[in-house]
Design a protein around this ligand. Structure first.
Ligand code: WT7
Length: 665
């Protein structure tokens, strides 16, 4: 996609002044899993370095090939080996005497708890795998998972992997419409869902959204052609509409099934999952990852970046399993490493604003991984809240999802980490599968706001428009220059889009879509997206997708969406809409329009995409070739003087927008 403008990140201003640096303590460095030698080793060994990491997995048939890049940009890693993801994440630990170790301390939002050891997990995933097979599922079939953050979500994913089925998890905050789009694209045969989940003290229904997704609807006149069964976990006990013959309860299918199941061994390049993510156009991309390389990447990075000591640590990643962070750092990475984890269903402020810190105290969490948007929310709530809890069990902190501003970084380190825990800012994407750029906690002197260095084995560069590397002190685009095992293998059923999106800007370089800068030391600072992708609370949303959702409302003639910087959520959705003159029912104040359109977005995409601000304008600024000038709208949304308007087809448009806003519209 051509871009008419570039995102400016709010962190940019800080970069010129940030000079603080925090080296690891001697005690931490002395016990760390990764030392500085790992960089040298990776540089010397090349792809063989990754083979060494891959050999930590359990292979049924060991691989002899490492990397096959002959079909670039689709990589094949360890291709002649066979293994099973669930066997590595669960059975192996039981086999090797770790069955009694707790895999999950589950904490439901209402306060219900469940403890699952690795041996318990083996029984649960085996029953679920038998259940799935009894429903007719087999290797290669696609399964959509639309569940709250409960153990069954993890069990369902692993049960799919166990039988070689490919899961496609859809985050519960997506609408029926978004779910349908993903079901259709992946041609899912089964949907696994729940009656509902607990959210802010209420029961949030999920099953009706699945019913709506599968049935005929506004954008799809026919019911789903592929879904045969719906498997429903009883979580809240709320009343649930039932379609006889299609719907079955989890407790009827899974509970009575046998606790013995032999994992289906698959080739290393067998797809493990599809995960949809927003791109620069209207349709989400079904990114897919395969088994051997992905598992190698997530387990290696989880071990070295978080310094996991599986016998003693308690790891908590606060992400939802519906996002890549949950896939890689709740399900696959930590479980392959035999970690003990916390899994929490609810929101940080239910029933009180100290819930997360209470959980850390209760389970003695030692490694905590969360997002900057959460940190900024806690800063707003005040440090007196975490101060009420004992957080001394913590020893490593991680951040992910968006650039972390130095103020939030410093607060996180001081208030949560007691000035004692190394803080790693980890840059990666759904596409990369695992962390690519991050300090190593026992090696790197960390800098507030910088992800700093590519991990051993990863090759990153900051390049200019021509793909040439920029020098220290310069900015450009982030690129990855060598294939890595956990890289995406493509966009489901759309190789041309895969090549166009990531590999067409420069030959042989992976285009990440992020702006970046090298400081004088050569450290990398991420500056936010350079395409039409927004990052709202660490969630990726497409401006184009939102504009489509808005113009599908009968009142809207035209819409332009920008991600404007927001103190808490990083970016927030601001929509400029032109209302039809015949929009019956819309009042002049724009209030009705705003309410109706927020609902429209919730219905089309999901509540997570609702615009923060909707501004009714008389026209949207466009270039002479008809492209929306989002840069100018972002200036307006962020209350800056509007920049260069010379490429506008009609430069009076911006004056009209500003006048409209000043007059209190
Ligand atoms: C985009 C990927 C990968 C986990 C969650 C998001 C932004 C992610 C950082 C970071 C600056 C970051 C980038 C990236 N991002 N982590 N530490 N510093 N930016 O996954 O939805 O695939 O989004 O999130 O813009 O491209 P995702």
């Amino acid at each position: 996609m051509a871009n008419d403008d570039q995102t400016q990140s709010p962190t940019l201003e800080n970069l010129h002044t940030e000079t603080r640096s925090f080296p690891p303590s001697d005690e931490f460095a002395a016990q760390a899993n990764a030392t500085a030698e790992l960089y040298a080793q990776a540089a010397t060994d090349g792809p063989e370095f990754w083979a060494e990491q891959a050999r930590r997995l359990h292979w049924e048939k060991p691989f002899t090939e490492v990397l096959d890049w002959s079909d670039a940009p689709v990589a094949r890693w360890f291709a002649d080996g066979t293994l099973n993801a669930c066997d590595n994440a669960v059975d192996r630990h039981v086999r090797e005497g770790r069955g009694d170790r707790v895999a999950f301390h589950f904490e439901g939002e209402p306060g219900d708890t469940r403890t699952l050891t690795y041996a318990d997990m083996q029984r649960e995933v085996s029953k679920a795998a038998n259940g799935l097979e009894s429903l007719g599922l087999t290797k290669g079939d696609r399964v959509a998972i639309y569940l709250p953050q409960i153990p069954e979500a993890v069990i369902a994913m692993l049960a799919c992997a166990r039988i070689g089925a490919i899961h496609s998890v859809v985050f519960g905050g997506f609408s029926a419409e978004s779910l349908r789009q993903r079901i259709d694209d992946a041609e899912a045969k089964l949907v696994i869902t729940a009656d509902g989940g607990n959210r802010r003290g209420a029961h949030l229904a999920l099953k009706p959204l699945v019913d709506a997704a599968i049935a005929a609807g506004d954008h799809h006149p026919e019911p789903s052609a592929t879904v045969e069964k719906v498997l429903v976990v009883k979580r809240t006990g709320q009343d649930t509409h039932w379609v006889e013959g299609r719907d079955t309860w989890w407790h009827d299918v899974v509970e009575p099934a046998s606790e013995i199941h032999v994992p289906v061994m698959v080739e290393a390049e067998h797809p493990l999952f599809i995960l949809y993510t927003s791109g620069t156009t209207g349709t989400p991309k079904g990114l897919f990852h395969t088994t051997g390389g992905y598992l190698t990447g997530v387990s290696y990075t989880h071990r070295v970046v978080f310094d996991l000591k599986p016998e003693t640590d308690v790891f908590w990643c606060s992400a939802d399993v519906g996002w890549i962070t949950g896939h890689s750092y709740i399900v696959y990475g930590p479980m392959i490493n035999g970690a003990t984890q916390v899994l929490y269903e609810g929101t940080p402020n239910t029933p009180h604003q100290g819930r997360w810190w209470e959980i850390i105290e209760k389970y003695k969490v030692s490694i905590f991984y969360t997002a900057p948007t959460a940190i900024r929310t806690f800063m707003k709530w005040g440090e007196a809240i975490p101060a009420k809890f004992d957080l001394t069990s913590l020893r490593v902190l991680g951040s992910v999802g968006e650039p972390i501003n130095p103020e939030a970084w410093m607060w996180y380190r001081r208030v949560i980490g007691g000035d004692r825990c190394p803080l790693v800012d980890t840059w990666w994407q759904t596409e990369t599968g695992s962390i690519m750029i991050s300090p190593l906690p026992g090696v790197t002197a960390t800098k507030p706001g910088s992800a700093q260095v590519a991990l051993p084995g990863v090759s990153a560069a900051v390049v200019d428009d021509h793909g040439d590397e920029v020098g220290p002190g310069h900015g450009g685009y982030l690129a990855l220059t060598e294939p890595w095992p956990s890289m995406l293998r493509g966009i489901w059923n759309d190789r041309p889009r895969y090549e166009r999106t990531y590999w067409s800007r420069w030959p042989h370089l992976y285009f990440a879509g992020d702006g970046a800068k090298r400081d004088a030391d050569g450290d990398i600072w991420l500056l936010g997206r350079v395409d039409d992708v927004m990052n709202i609370s660490g969630h990726r949303l497409s401006t184009t997708e939102l504009e489509h959702a808005l113009v599908s409302h009968p009142w809207v003639a035209e819409a332009a969406v920008v991600g404007a910087s927001d103190e808490t959520t990083g970016q927030a959705v601001v929509a400029f809409v032109v209302v039809r003159s015949d929009a019956a029912g819309a009042d002049a104040s724009g209030h009705d329009v705003s309410v109706a359109l927020r609902e429209q977005v919730a219905k089309e995409i999901g509540p997570l995409a609702k615009p923060r601000t909707i501004l009714v304008v008389s026209e949207v600024p466009k270039t002479r070739s008809g492209k929306i000038m989002r840069r100018l709208l972002r200036d307006v949304a962020e209350h800056r003087p509007v920049g260069d308007v010379t490429t506008l087809a009609d430069s009076s448009v911006m004056d009209a927008i500003r006048e409209g806003l000043d007059s209190g519209k």
